[in-house]
Design a protein around this ligand. Structure first.
Ligand SMILES: Cc1cc2nc3c(=O)[nH]c(=O)nc-3n(C[C@H](O)[C@H](O)[C@H](O)COP(=O)(O)OP(=O)(O)OC[C@H]3O[C@@H](n4cnc5c(N)ncnc54)[C@H](O)[C@@H]3O)c2cc1C
Length: 287
């Protein structure tokens, strides 16, 4: 396949090109997913132009204001995992991005790339879901922001249109007292995507009742999502081993409800239950 390789120097130029060559153009950022699609001949035959956004400084930043953390779409997993603002306000995201691939993949792969690929196993996504992340999308004439939970349509398909560029991902600063965790299970001795992952964010009041609980397991539903029914089992209660067990069982049964019984279910059913029990026990500090 032959492509024209375009390297615009600012966001307006990217959007102008996306608009001009709509349907014939694809963005490349870190290239860690893109190059695999190219290698497997899975790029649409319509594509004639590649827009490289990997060197755009306007997409590479991590900022905070009084209420929010804002991450440029082209920020790499490594930059996020090692950033002091992220580690202070959103250690769950630092941990998730630090678990991605290998050092080489984390140095190239970007947050927007991970989201747009829309893999059910993406590691940054459960962490961003428990942070109630939002995605800012720009075209040549508009800018809009949508909650990440509304961004996915089905495995490997998101709501991003061909003339749209993700410019940033943001989330409100969680209360400082929030506790969180991220757990991931992969094949041993392989640089591979998650077999299963889960992110949790919680806030307990001074009598230990749970005021905020957000649980997002990955790799067990067609598109990543929060498990609100499971959260409700524990919300406004003091956590106990029994309640956590009930919540863990609920994650397992919701997985089957949403994904059906598949070849991997025999394995995933007990494993996600154990992962959920362990992470909730640790985050909620239940003896
Ligand atoms: C060996 C290996 C191991 C991996 N391990 C993991 C893992 O453990 N966990 C995990 O979650 N992922 C893993 N990945 C997947 C991959 O590294 C991530 O999904 C990465 O974040 C993709 O980012 P990128 O910048 O490389 O995206 P690219 O490959 O450049 O692009 C991916 C998609 O996003 C689009 N895109 C990129 N930026 C934008 C933007 N700003 N606006 C609109 N569209 C955009 C592209 O057009 C393309 O469709 C692995 C990949 C490899 C090759």
């Amino acid at each position: 396949m032959d492509f024209d390789f375009l390297q615009p120097t600012d966001l307006d130029e990217v959007c102008k090109l996306l608009n001009e060559y709509k349907g014939k153009v694809k963005i490349i950022s870190g290239g860690t997913d893109f190059m695999i699609d190219l290698h497997k001949d899975e790029l649409s035959p319509e594509i004639e132009y590649i827009i490289d956004v990997s060197n755009l400084r306007d997409l590479n930043y991590i900022k905070e204001d009084d209420n929010k953390i804002i991450i440029g779409a082209g920020t790499t997993h490594n930059e996020i995992a090692n950033n002091p603002i992220v580690n202070k306000w959103a250690p769950v995201l630092a941990k998730a991005t630090n678990s991605i691939g290998s050092p080489q993949i984390r140095n190239r792969g970007t947050l927007a790339g991970n989201i747009v690929t829309a893999s059910p196993a993406a590691d940054s996504v459960p962490a961003l879901l428990v942070l109630n992340g939002k995605v800012k999308i720009k075209t040549s004439s508009t800018t809009k922001e949508i909650p990440l939970e509304d961004f996915f349509i089905k495995p490997y398909q998101s709501k991003i249109n061909q003339d749209e560029l993700i410019v940033e991902i943001s989330f409100k600063k969680p209360p400082m007292e929030c506790k969180s965790g991220f757990k991931k299970l992969t094949r041993r001795k392989a640089v591979d995507k998650a077999r299963l992952n889960i992110a949790v964010l919680a806030l307990q009041n001074n009598i230990d009742e749970i005021e905020i609980l957000r649980i997002a397991p990955g790799s067990i539903t067609p598109t990543p999502e929060r498990f609100e029914k499971t959260e409700n089992i524990l919300l406004n209660k003091r956590p106990t081993k029994e309640l956590i067990k009930k919540a863990a069982e609920q994650v397992s049964s919701t997985m089957i409800e949403k994904s059906g019984y598949r070849w991997s279910t025999e394995y995933k059913k007990p494993v996600i239950k154990t992962m959920t029990r362990r992470i909730l026990t640790r985050v909620l500090e239940v003896e």
